[in-house]
Design a protein around this ligand. Structure first.
Ligand code: AHR
Length: 652
């Protein structure tokens, strides 16, 4: 032991916060003495045997899980700016998110027309009847976007719409982006002539030197009397990697900075739907947007299906991560199930087609379709999940349903690992998906959950888990619960092949959230990570390839740790969690190496209270701080209260 008690002093903490660039630098080394008289947890002693590996760390341990919940895609990751673009959301209250605009003395009305639509998939549209209008008094409709439309200066927005007019004299159509506060147009385009048949029109809207704001809406107007029908009105900003029909760059970047290894898609409950015909029916989510009928999500809003199967797969490609493909397995949330046997066969066939769509080459039917849709290269897939949370199926049909899928998929794709979503009595699945939504206290108590699980059973995928404290996003207390739980998962990463926090996303606007305690919050303009987000990020970033033998004695009841190492890099990653309100000292001794570097990187996430958190208006209150401390084969380290720390040590 060096006997030195080290704590990093951070004179300009705000300057060092990770949030703005989310890349931090090792700044300084300062030793200070412990504060005599400060309350402390009992000292812990941690011995790490670096020459004794217990088992490898799963190379796919940390990943992502999302679904259409909390406006995760529509109004979230999927960059579409027009809300209710195909007018599926309407009723007694009118056409949701669309309003009439009648300038001056113009007179017009709008109504859903079930007899007019641009395609077999979209068989209805919005009819706009203009009784009175002229050039100075145009009439039309406006769309409010997803809690506004975020506009930036000197930026191009690309749009399109399907339109049919009752007369070729109905043009021009004016398309404008209007600032809500000033009422003035900040970008405009014109379609001079309008067809009397359904036709798609494309346009671009360019902003000038405007203020960044989300208080804008889209306005479509005509200046002639008559009738037009519109559908699939769409507007996109710049997207991640410039994908057409793509994703918000800020949210993609935030996911990239979680260092994930996979994405579980497309859900969750969203896979199953409330009813069988509301499942994620992947064949209805591919191809041109006009051929996608859209469907109701079990989270009580219509999904545009702009985020279709191919877009999901391209998302994994953009982040360079694996796909964990969940296929619908014949059970929906309100309790309906398909009997195993011949009635289930078409669903099994659908799953085989889906796997072929993702992984087949151009010589296969569905692989050829994927190529035709613009993606000739197959996507690599190792894991397929059969259903979601089938323990809810009280009919007891899951065991037979799983086996029917298993037999058919393994016959064609023997290399795939097939995940079961409920324990099976007579059949050993390749992998079992366990879900945990708990309070921090419950995670502390359950941190050894997998220490004693039978290693001869299936591998484990912790496909959904989260400490549910804080709203809409989690707080420091939840981050501590999460970090404690992750130490247990790392220790058991011979058994746990993958783990993914859920839900990932929430639109923080009123009405945006269906599920409290999420990881990443956003509005139309900006996004931020909860303390739990940063806990995930640093746990995944600083992860070794082996779990060395270690032993802990002493320490307070709210002290947790895990240690992994990368012998070939000569690195040791020590994760320490102090979920107590007082500081925690730990004496660390490393054996089995001859040379330990004199400095180590220390990453700290800490809060003043359990309730402390980040918000859309104060997004970086709690972020990782990266500093340096002195290290040696033996040294003493003191953690602040309510803190999560990673020590990256060099030991060869
Ligand atoms: O993550 C929210 C929901 O929790 C998922 O949709 C479901 O699988 C689980 O019950």
């Amino acid at each position: 032991m060096t006997g030195t008690n080290l704590k990093t002093l951070l004179p300009t903490m705000e300057n060092l916060r990770w949030a703005t660039s989310r890349i931090a630098l090792v700044i300084l080394i300062t030793a200070i003495s412990p504060h005599p008289g400060h309350a402390q947890s009992p000292k812990a002693t941690l011995n790490i045997q670096l020459d004794k590996s217990l088992h490898p760390v799963s190379p796919t341990l940390y990943g992502l899980m999302t679904e259409e919940i909390n406006y995760s895609y529509d109004g979230g990751l999927y960059a579409e700016m027009v809300r209710n673009r195909t007018f599926q959301d309407h009723g007694f209250g009118g056409v949701a998110h669309w309003d009439m605009e009648q300038k001056g003395d113009s007179i017009a009305s709008m109504a859903i027309d079930d007899s007019e639509g641009p395609s077999a998939a979209l068989q209805h549209s919005l009819a706009i009847t203009v009784k009175k209008a002229d050039a100075d008094n145009p009439a039309g409709v406006r769309n409010e976007g997803y809690w506004g439309m975020a506009l930036r200066p000197e930026t191009t927005y690309k749009g399109s719409l399907y339109l049919k007019a009752n007369s070729s004299d109905m043009g021009p159509l004016s398309i404008e982006l209007i600032n809500d506060n000033t009422g003035t147009a900040v970008a405009s385009a014109t379609i001079p002539t309008l067809s009397t048949d359904w036709k798609q029109y494309e346009f671009t809207l360019n902003t000038a030197k405007i203020e960044v704001s989300s208080q804008n809406h889209l306005l479509l107007t005509v200046r002639r009397t008559g009738k037009i029908w519109i559908d699939l009105v769409s507007l996109f900003p710049h997207t991640y990697k410039n994908r057409q029909n793509g994703n918000r760059p800020d949210l993609m970047q935030m996911m990239a900075e979680m260092h994930p290894k996979f994405l579980r898609l497309p859900g969750g409950n969203y896979l199953e739907g409330d009813q069988i015909d509301e499942r994620f029916d992947w064949k209805n989510t591919i191809g041109p947007l006009v051929d996608r009928p859209t469907h109701r999500s079990p989270w009580n809003y219509q999904s545009s299906d702009g985020m279709g199967l191919l877009e999901f797969l391209e998302w994994t490609e953009d982040l360079k991560i694996q796909t964990v493909l969940a296929v619908y397995a014949g059970y929906s949330l309100k309790g309906d199930h398909i009997h195993p046997g011949p009635t289930l066969t078409p669903f099994v066939e659908d799953a085989l087609d889906e796997i072929e769509f993702a992984t087949g080459d151009g010589s296969t039917k569905w692989g050829a379709l994927r190529a035709k849709l613009g993606h000739p290269e197959p996507f690599p897939i190792q894991y397929v999940e059969i259903g979601n949370e089938d323990w809810f199926d009280r009919s007891g049909s899951y065991e037979a349903r799983y086996q029917q899928f298993y037999k058919a998929i393994k016959a064609r794709y023997p290399q795939l690992q097939l995940i079961a979503t409920a324990p099976l009595e007579k059949f050993k699945p390749d992998v079992l998906d366990d879900h945990y939504y708990k309070r921090a206290d419950e995670f502390y108590a359950d941190v050894k959950h997998y220490d004693t699980v039978d290693r001869n059973g299936p591998k484990i995928f912790v496909g959904e888990w989260a400490t549910r404290e804080g709203s809409p996003t989690t707080n420091m207390g939840a981050a501590l619960g999460d970090a404690a739980w992750m130490t247990g998962m790392e220790r058991n990463s011979d058994l746990i092949v993958m783990a993914s926090y859920a839900p990932l996303f929430v639109n923080v606007n009123p009405g945006g959230m269906q599920w409290e305690s999420d990881l990443i919050g956003y509005d139309a303009l900006t996004s931020y990570g909860a303390p739990s987000y940063y806990a995930q990020s640093i746990f995944a970033k600083y992860l070794g390839t082996e779990v060395p033998a270690s032993a802990l004695t002493g320490g307070g009841g709210r002290f947790f740790y895990s240690v992994t190492s990368s012998p070939e890099k000569g690195k040791v990653y020590l994760k320490l969690v102090n979920a107590s309100s007082v500081s925690q000292t730990v004496d660390i001794a490393m054996t089995g190496v001859s040379n330990v570097a004199k400095t180590a990187t220390l990453v700290t996430i800490s809060g003043h209270s359990l309730a402390e958190t980040n918000t859309i208006s104060v997004p970086t209150r709690i972020v990782p701080l990266v500093t340096a401390i002195k290290s040696a084969a033996g040294f003493s380290h003191t953690m602040p209260p309510y803190s999560i720390q990673v020590l990256e040590l060099e030991a060869k």
